[in-house]
Design a protein around this ligand. Sequence first.
Ligand SMILES: [Zn+2]
Length: 244
Amino acid sequence: MTEQFEAMPSDWTRALAIVAHPDDLEYGSAAAISRWTSEGREVFYLLVTRGEAGIDTVPPGQAAALRESEQRAGAAVVGVTSVDFLDHRDGVIEYGPALRRELTREIRRRRPELLITLNHHDTWDGRTSWNTPDHRAVGRAVLDAAADAGNRWIFPELAAEGFTPWNGVRWVAVNGSPHPTHAVDVSDHLERAVRSLLAHRTYIEALTDRKPEEYCRALVSQATSEASARFGGRPAVCFELFPR
Ligand SMILES: [Zn+2]
């Protein structure tokens, strides 16, 4: 029998979701985030790029503003009103101390107990489905910055800016990982997840010939039913959880 997922922790009040691109959260985590905000938890979004290289038919100069506004709309649907963007160029995010410093600053600003990010592994399936460099760079930097945020000596210049250490991150939850361990029941949040993904309408229209709503509905339903097989048959969003 396939091993069952453990339930995601629920003894927390503040989460910060950090991903590379607009839509990275809507393709997976949004249903879970919808549930968490409806329970009165606070969730902040931080996007490392504006995803301006994501639409083949729209040049980056135009796509950036468009995708930013679609991201804000998608966040609002699941109860997230705080959406920040770092100004990295889409497609060429570099992993390293500079990125870790920027993420550390934002973690110290928001002081979350839970960090949410997207798959940092080389592949999506643990085999041959290659991940993108931006996801790998951001995911790894989030895992690292969870600890950097609590260490006053790693980026001492941040404390001088007023961002004092925050050692309160208790978990990093990685969505889209080939090795998920935990899940959250999203039975009552599928509709909001669909509408949240649908907010990325320009992106989706360029991506598929299917009707956008049909495409989003099928995608959310497939993703949450795959996880349900390992979570008591309930529609679920799953994460690889790294406790600290
Ligand atoms: Zn992405």
